[in-house]
Ligand binder design. Structure first.
Ligand code: NAD
Length: 498
């Protein structure tokens, strides 16, 4: 059986804890590898390696660091088919979707190539008599990232690419469900010229996460995962003096106005609701048609589309989606469907009994569609993270807007309409971090920033884009005066520019 260890000091190393987690093939349900679960001591060793390597890395000029990112992009493109196959076999998303996962990560590496420009500080000549003042951005030191199972290529790259380009060294703790791609990314970085020890991957679960949160030599932590863990990481990490950004779960609404193009809206809903088996933090899980006529028209078109979703093994490039990540998670999603029925929602399409021929032990389920879901139901309030779409009927526009505004999550939201006034009003008033206007999955591009509001995000700064430079650097301001401007007497009053 394949054993996955850690990546420390530029090479793969075996774990020493003697404890392992199972890495499944979600298509067959079989365990395909064992991943080592690190101890706090193993984490400490990786941090010491990273700390030593960081000094030399930070001293390199920013353009030299950028060139490593440039070469890394080249290698990602060279190896993308292998990476996509590896990713898909552990996660269960289809190969074309796995390519998207790699591509959206790669785009942030491309953004990181331009970071030297964004690291430039500010300069004021003659800020006082013979005084010049300048500010510069310096790396933090050793920083860490803790990432979820659902984007095993994209989210690690969103985190480490800007951090490394800014001159930090990095400890990555990927999800123990699909660790092979993050390990391979670390090898590719070495091939791209990253000095050994600058990026280290430490696999594991709660023990190693807790060790990261409390380690005195880790300066900042970027987390992505479910909301309870995001909140825990944020409160524990900040209590230990670290800079923390922690992104959590979601319940993304799509509002369909009476004037929307219904065919476009249905296409958008089916793709954004069921793509990747709904295991995306930006998946649409709630459709909100405005008015009875809109709702009836939407349901009529949705039912046949959900019934005819094409489910297949992740290697089937024509499948709409593949299996879910684990049996445990698939069963949890099915339990939510049972809960929805008990709560009184109308289950119009039931995918619970779906079985994939030839893959009967795989973690598959079919698409489910609920109508008449209401605000008080658990299936509305909680994140399901599976191929389950809930329709909540709104009386009017104000009723529709109040749904995402009142919801505890605030990651993404979309409105489908042809009315510019409504779209503008919506984008201004909505209490959610990322908004789509006739765009169902409004994931900002690499040079903008990604982040949800309310209980979808803890901390002040977003991921990638300009916020990533702010997050991974600290500002120093230097005031300088040369001898000709220095007075020959002591000054006891605070200097002013009066
Ligand atoms: P998860 O919270 O179970 O795990 C995330 C990370 O935390 C993993 O590395 C895991 O090992 C670690 N972890 C899990 N339990 C822990 C514990 N008790 N103590 C310490 N560490 C722990 O999340 P997941 O199931 O891997 O990913 C799915 C979740 O991630 C969904 O809620 C999804 O919405 C969210 N997500 C959010 C975003 C975003 O940007 N907001 C993006 C992707 C995924």
């Amino acid at each position: 059986m394949k054993e996955i260890g850690h990546f420390v000091g530029g090479k793969n190393v075996a774990g020493s804890s003697g404890r392992f987690g199972d890495v499944f093939d979600p298509n067959t349900g079989e365990v395909q590898a064992k991943v080592a679960l690190a101890t706090a001591k193993e984490l400490d060793h990786a941090v010491q390696v990273a700390k030593k390597a960081q000094l030399g890395w930070a001293e390199k000029n920013p353009q030299v660091r950028a060139r490593v990112m440039m070469k890394f992009v080249e290698l990602l493109n060279r190896d993308k088919d292998n990476l996509a196959a590896m990713l898909s076999s552990e996660h269960g998303k289809t190969i074309p979707d796995a390519h998207g996962d790699i591509q959206r990560g790669l785009e942030v590496v491309e953004f990181a190539i331009g970071i030297p420009h964004l690291l430039k500080g500010e300069f004021s000549v003659g800020a006082g008599p013979n005084i010049d003042m300048y500010s510069l951005r310096q790396p933090l030191g050793v920083v860490a990232g803790i990432t979820p199972f659902n984007f095993p290529a994209m989210i690690p790259m969103w985190k480490f690419a800007p951090a490394l380009a800014c001159g930090n060294s990095y400890i990555l703790k990927p999800s123990e469900r699909d660790p092979s791609v993050p390990m391979r990314l670390a090898e590719l970085l070495i091939e791209a010229g990253l000095p050994e020890g600058v990026l280290n991957v430490v696999n594991g679960g709660k023990e190693v996460v807790d060790a990261i949160l409390t380690h005195p030599d880790i300066q900042a932590i970027g987390f992505v995962g479910s909301t309870p863990i995001a909140e825990y990481v944020y409160t524990t990490g900040t209590a230990h003096g670290k800079r923390v950004q922690a992104f959590g779960g979601a319940k993304n609404h799509m509002i369909i106005m009476p004037d929307a193009d219904m065919d476009q809206a249905v296409n958008a809903l089916v793709g954004a609701g069921y793509g990747s088996a709904g295991e995306r933090c930006m998946a649409i899980s709630v459709a909100v048609p405005v008015g009875k006529q809109t709702a009836d028209a939407l349901i009529e078109k949705l039912i046949p589309r959900v019934e005819s979703l094409r489910i297949g093994p992740s290697s089937d490039k024509d499948a709409d989606f593949g299996p879910l990540v684990t049996r445990q998670h698939r069963d949890k999603v099915k339990d939510y469907v049972d809960i929805g029925i008990q709560e009184g929602a109308s289950l119009l399409v039931d995918g619970r009994d779906f079985s994939m021929q030839g893959y009967e032990n795989g973690f598959f389920m079919g698409g489910c569609l609920f109508d008449n879901v209401t605000r008080d139901m658990r299936i509305y309030k909680e994140e399901i993270f599976g191929p389950v779409l809930s329709v909540v009927r709104a009386h009017d526009y104000e009723d529709a807007v109040s749904l995402p505004n009142d919801h505890e999550y605030g990651n993404g939201v979309a409105i489908f309409t042809r009315d510019g006034d409504a779209a503008r009003d919506f984008s201004t008033r909505i209490n959610v971090g990322m908004v789509g206007i006739n765009v169902p999955i409004p994931v900002p591009l690499a040079y903008h920033t990604f982040g949800g509001w309310k209980r979808s995000g803890f901390g002040d700064l977003n991921q990638h884009g300009p916020d990533s430079i702010r997050f991974y650097t600290k500002t120093k301001t230097v005031t300088s005066r040369w001898p000709s401007g220095i007075k020959d007497s002591a000054e006891f009053v605070i200097p002013t520019m009066g």
